[in-house]
Write a protein that binds this ligand. Structure first.
Ligand SMILES: [Zn+2]
Length: 41
């Protein structure tokens, strides 16, 4: 199942927050797929 998740994110051109849709800076790799705002919730 993890492989499917990896493939899913590999096919996403720009990084986007999965919660609000905001673009995520490339440097925030450790945050996964959420922007700063959603990570602070
Ligand atoms: Zn967000």
């Amino acid at each position: 199942m993890i492989e499917n998740v990896v493939e899913f994110f590999k096919n996403l051109p720009p990084k986007q927050c999965t919660t609000c849709g905001e673009k995520i800076d490339e440097q925030h790799e450790c945050y996964g797929s959420k922007c700063d705002s959603c990570n602070n919730l």
